[in-house]
Ligand binder design. Structure first.
Ligand code: NAD
Length: 336
């Protein structure tokens, strides 16, 4: 059993905790909270041991009647791998603590690539040797890496150009925006997302431009890839259909956007309406000569979750990534 802790029980952390808890070869030892808020209560109600992320706040949990199992130091001593899911930049501040405990760590995409020995995507990363830390790349980078890797393997990617229409904030982020505009963000082009893809696929030429929109559900990518060959539209559709973490939305389903996608996910019983897969509109996939066009949506709260599970196995075992991906998919029910 791989003993796993989650430091930071927010949007990503609570989902990673749930995903770890259902893996047959993993034990979720516990999760941390910085304050005794609704998330702390929810973690306890889900049966997870709660640890206090900041030592001198233990009394606040006691006063709120929320029992804690210990401090972050106690958690780090009890686990084989810690998954840092603190806000972007806080992982860097947590790193010395993990290193002091000699605890292998996984960081998230809000951190600089330099924080870890390697950046990680289960489908697209090259060979990862014996490392002590990994960074699971951001939701957008995860979505682009999963898509570009099979295209590059099958045909070669001469150039990818992607426009990212990003959600303004997550549904629980009441302080984010914009609320009535669509803004270039960053206004400089190309954006930083392309170079981040290159931490996973160093040889793929990809330029990105990004906007922020007043929506909370998902990111939308408008993708144009100049391929090294001239496959037919049907050949590309079949190639992408074979990828377990890509969902080709059939035209007959009547799914026209993030609202219907999330409705579908909830209707089929996905916890929190989560979509772990890239959602690619099948009818949008079209090839004109060497140019491929498509639209995909990425559920920012969810697509990195199975990747974190595979990152845990990569750090703690010598199980192949194919085997890990299969185990994760099976335990979670990834694949639509
Ligand atoms: P979040 O704000 O929802 O959750 C972070 C949690 O960490 C909160 O519960 C917060 O109280 C807690 N925290 C704050 N300081 C802490 C500390 N010192 N130690 C431990 N916990 C602490 O953030 P999130 O959206 O889950 O993002 C976490 C990471 O995942 C970031 O690097 C982010 O860039 C990345 N990420 C986020 C998304 C997304 O869309 N939300 C997608 C992919 C990757």
């Amino acid at each position: 059993m791989i003993r796993v802790g989650v430091n930071g029980y927010g949007t990503i952390g609570k989902r990673v905790a749930d995903a770890v808890a259902v893996q047959a070869d993993m034990e979720l030892v516990g999760v941390t909270k910085t304050s005794p808020d609704y998330g702390a209560e929810a973690a306890l109600r889900r049966g997870y041991d709660l640890y206090v992320a900041i030592d001198d706040r233990a009394d606040e949990f006691e006063d709120a009647g929320l029992g804690i199992a210990g401090t972050l130091d106690d958690l780090l001593d009890a686990v084989d791998v810690i998954v840092d899911c603190a806000p972007g930049g806080v992982g860097e501040r947590n790193r010395p603590t993990y290193e002091a405990h000699d605890t292998p760590a996984i960081y998230q995409g809000g951190e600089d690539a330099a924080i870890a020995d390697a950046s990680f995507n289960a489908r697209a990363s090259g060979e990862i040797g014996d490392v002590g830390s990994l960074r699971v790349v951001s939701c957008n980078t995860t979505g682009l890496s999963r898509l570009l890797a099979p295209l590059d393997e099958a045909y070669g990617v001469e150039k990818a150009r992607v426009t990212l229409v990003r959600r303004g904030g997550d549904p629980s982020e009441t302080d984010r925006g914009p609320i009535n505009d669509v803004v270039p963000d960053p206004a400089t082009v190309p954006s930083h997302h392309g170079p981040d893809v290159n931490t996973i696929l160093p040889d793929v030429d990809v330029d990105t431009a990004a906007l922020k929109a007043p929506v909370t559900g998902m990111h939308t990518h408008s993708v144009n890839v100049t391929l090294g060959g001239e496959p037919t539209t049907d050949e590309v559709r079949e190639l992408l259909r074979d990828e377990t973490r890509l969902f080709l939305i059939p035209e007959r389903a009547g799914i026209d956007g993030a609202g219907t996608l999330k409705d579908y996910a909830a209707d089929i019983g996905r916890d929190r309406g989560d979509l772990w897969e890239n959602c690619v509109w099948e009818e949008s996939i079209s090839v004109e000569g060497k140019d491929l066009y498509l639209f995909q949506n990425v559920h920012q709260e969810a697509d990195v979750v199975p990747e974190n599970v595979d990152a845990v196995r990569t750090l703690a075992t010598d199980i192949s990534r194919e085997e890990s991906t299969a185990r994760t998919n099976e335990a979670l029910g990834v694949g639509l």
